[in-house]
Each structure stands twice: as structure tokens, then as C-alpha cells.
Design a protein. Structure first.
Length: 192
């Protein structure tokens, strides 16, 4: 019973330490040896609080930043408990990486929208003029993306735009085929 009590106390103290360190965004994950998660937690919390300076839905960004901050503390506490019970930090980190990969397109859109909002905020006095100047840059980026994606495809993965068809023939079958002989016989009236 004392070994269980010691393990339980060790689990609690490790989890408490992770939660206390997580008061600085990302440090709880660093304590749990999860560097990717630490970077994501830090940039998410700090980035959302930085977006409040845009004065465009700043309350929404503040609420989202606060929610992510609380989540990072809870996640550091939960992960420290799992590690103390014997689960590998690397396994949890891999699970987190796979979840990020699945959400990569949505995250990309979020980053682009956030970046555009920052650019608009920086160029506020000339916002409409600045957006018109950014349009060619956006076209270049889109074109580069499309070309890169096109050239990265392997030849085996390229699907034809239309289903392949046999060449059109007025007479079915080939010249030496029995079916073409039958067509010739049928096409001559009075023979058969």
C-alpha cells in the first residue's frame, strides 16, 4: 500500500509541477519532453493574444487565447499524470503530430487569414491601396503553389482527363476477325 501511495504522490507532484510550469505557455509540455506540442501551445496562445491588437473581433481572439491557455495547462497536467503512470511521452507526442497533420489544411487557412489581418492592420491608413498592391503577390503565390503541386505528382498518379477510348471504326472488328466477315456478309444483300 505504501508503494501505491508513493506512486500516487509522485504522480500528483509531477502533474502539479507540469501545471505550474504551463503558466508560461508551452513550458508544461517542455517539462513533459514534448517539444512540438510546446511550440504549438506557445504560438497558439501568444498568437491569439497578439490578434487582439487588431481591434477586429478582439474579444473573440481574447476568449480563444484564454481557452487555449487553460487547455495547455490542463493538457500539461493530464500528460504528466499519464507519463507518471508509465505511458511514453513520445507516444503522446506522435499522437499529437498525427492530429496536426490531419488538420494541416485548416491550420494553413487560419494562418493565412491571420497573416492577412496583420498586414491589413499594419497598412491601415492605406488598407484599400495596400490590398490592391498585394493582389499580384497573391497571384504569384497561387501560381507557384499550383506549379509545385503539379510537378510533385508522380507519373503513376496522373489520371487522364477523359476515359481512354478505342479508335473509332466504321466497321466493327479488325480485318482478319470473324466478326468483320460476318458484317461483310450481312452488308451484302442476297448473299448469306
Amino acid at each position: 500500500m505504501s508503494a501505491y501511495r508513493y506512486q500516487s504522490t509522485g504522480t500528483r507532484s509531477r502533474a502539479l509541477m507540469a501545471a505550474m510550469l504551463a503558466l508560461v505557455p508551452g513550458m508544461g509540455a517542455v517539462y513533459n519532453h514534448q517539444n512540438v506540442k510546446a511550440v504549438v501551445h506557445f504560438f497558439t496562445v501568444v498568437g491569439l493574444f497578439q490578434l487582439t491588437k487588431l481591434h477586429l473581433a478582439s474579444g473573440l481572439f481574447a476568449l480563444a487565447g484564454f481557452a487555449c491557455y487553460i487547455y495547455s495547462i490542463i493538457d500539461a497536467h493530464r500528460t504528466a499524470q499519464l507519463i507518471a503512470r508509465g505511458e511514453s511521452a513520445a507516444v503522446d507526442e506522435e499522437r499529437f503530430k498525427r492530429a496536426l497533420i490531419r488538420r494541416a489544411p485548416a491550420l494553413g487557412v487560419i494562418f493565412i487569414v491571420g497573416g492577412v489581418l496583420f498586414v491589413i492592420n499594419i497598412l491601415k491608413p492605406l488598407a484599400l491601396l495596400a490590398l490592391a498592391k498585394l493582389f499580384p503577390v497573391l497571384l504569384i503565390l497561387l501560381g507557384g503553389y499550383l506549379l509545385t503541386r503539379y510537378f510533385k505528382r508522380s507519373p503513376e498518379n496522373v489520371e487522364p482527363d477523359y476515359p481512354p477510348r478505342a479508335p473509332y471504326s466504321l466497321v466493327p472488328g479488325s480485318a482478319g476477325d470473324r466478326s468483320s466477315e460476318r458484317v461483310r456478309r450481312l452488308s451484302r444483300p442476297g448473299q448469306g
